[in-house]
Design a binder for this molecule. Structure first.
Ligand SMILES: [Zn+2]
Length: 393
């Protein structure tokens, strides 16, 4: 297993983080330069990588197994893309990792190249050990735009008999163990009305007004969730949220608007039913809005389409993966995290997951993002305990 390691200078986690941060993997860009760097690095230790590309071949997930490839093992998962730095007031170059006051500043330092770097820095240790079960590495693309990229990898993995049996997602939790998060569903509603001169409103169908009534219905549903639940006090807010965030419609005040489109999202508590929200909106449209529209012009319509759906995560406290992460992190107690992760998708594909990684979500996505050196040290200790645990003594 020590193939290729002789005479190689190890790259420590800070040097590795410096290299990873230097790749501008903002989600709109290709991540291939970073992925090829990681592939070559792993190759240097005799670890082969599987790349699963997107449709354009400009982005890829990297999946690699250290240890017996026929066994299922434990997966360490991270995303390689980062959020944009546009219009953010940085005090340093975001793509140059800068050490200052026991912190490392740079885009992705906390979310989540610090984690990936720490994992990669331990590859020389992993390949030296005789592992009882393998460690899998999963590094994805396009997580920040709705957990999009990892889906192609999950499609490849989900029917394999040797797919990972557990997953640790290294999103920043200050090395606390996250066992749950809400889901996130984004939807778009198109209202197609009928355009006329605004002096003749009786001959037109006003798309903006119909959209406004649908949005008001969504607000009514949102208030009901807020006031009557279901509730989970571990989340902030402790109920499923519904909100409209974008609207477009109309051309001029003296024209009855023909089209109006609005986007809304539902962030359900784990187990809460998103489809009930959509069904209620459709029924409201069919019984209260469309009849009046059709009475004027039968070809008018209301269309609701799903743009994206990412499931929530709800891993039991007594599950093996929760217990494992708690033991490795030395933390007692678990938390629910206020952000979505790929963990929900892994869990839905039969790979139970928890969230545990260095740095804080308070710094993620912001200017002057940083990870504390102490957090990377705790992450390294966590991973070394994991390696000890899966090694033959
Ligand atoms: Zn992240």
């Amino acid at each position: 297993m020590a193939h290729g390691t002789i005479g190689k200078a190890a790259i420590d986690k800070i040097e590795m983080a410096t290299r990873l941060v230097a790749f501008d993997t903002t989600s709109r860009n290709s991540n291939l330069a970073l992925i090829e760097f990681v592939r070559d690095y792993l190759d240097g230790y005799g670890v082969s990588s599987e790349l699963v590309f997107d449709a354009s071949s400009a982005k890829a997930n990297l999946y690699a197994t250290i240890g017996d490839p026929d066994r299922s093992g434990i997966m360490l998962s991270g995303h390689t893309d980062v959020v944009p730095v546009d219009d953010q007031d940085w005090h340093t170059d975001p793509f140059t990792l800068v050490a200052h006051d026991d912190r490392l500043y740079g885009r992705g330092s906390a979310d989540m190249k610090g984690f990936i770097a720490t994992v990669l820095s331990l590859v020389p240790v992993l390949v030296e050990r005789k592992l009882r079960e393998p460690i899998h590495l999963s590094f994805s693309y396009d997580e920040e735009i709705g957990c999009v990229g990892v889906r192609t990898l999950i499609n490849v993995l989900k029917d394999r008999p040797n797919k990972p049996r557990l997953c640790i997602v290294g999103e920043p939790t200050d090395m606390q163990v996250g066992v749950g998060h809400k889901g996130k569903h984004t939807l778009r509603c198109h209202v197609h009305g009928h355009e006329v001169h605004s002096s003749l409103i009786h001959q037109g169908v006003n798309a903006i007004e119909a959209a406004a009534e649908l949005i008001a219905k969504l607000k009514e549903i949102a208030r009901r969730k807020r006031d009557h639940g279901p509730f989970d006090p571990d989340f902030q807010p402790p109920y499923s949220s519904v909100h409209t965030g974008l609207i477009q419609g109309g051309t001029a005040l003296n024209i009855v608007p023909r089209d109006c489109t609005f986007d809304f999202e539902v962030r359900p508590l784990p187990g809460d039913d998103v489809s009930a929200v959509v069904t209620e909106l459709r029924e409201f449209a069919a019984t209260r809005i469309l009849p009046e529209m059709h009475a004027v012009r039968p070809e008018t319509s209301i269309l609701i389409e799903e743009l994206s759906a990412a499931p929530g995560l709800d891993t039991p406290a007594d599950h093996e993966v929760t217990q494992l992460a708690a033991t490795l992190s030395g933390s007692n107690g678990t938390m629910k995290v206020p952000f979505g992760t790929e963990g929900g998708l892994f869990a839905a594909a039969g790979i139970p997951a928890v969230i545990c990684g260095p740095g804080s979500i308070d710094q993620a996505h912001k200017p002057d993002e940083f990870v504390a050196l102490d957090q990377l040290a705790r992450c390294e200790a966590f991973l070394r305990r994991l390696i000890d645990r899966v090694s033959q003594s």
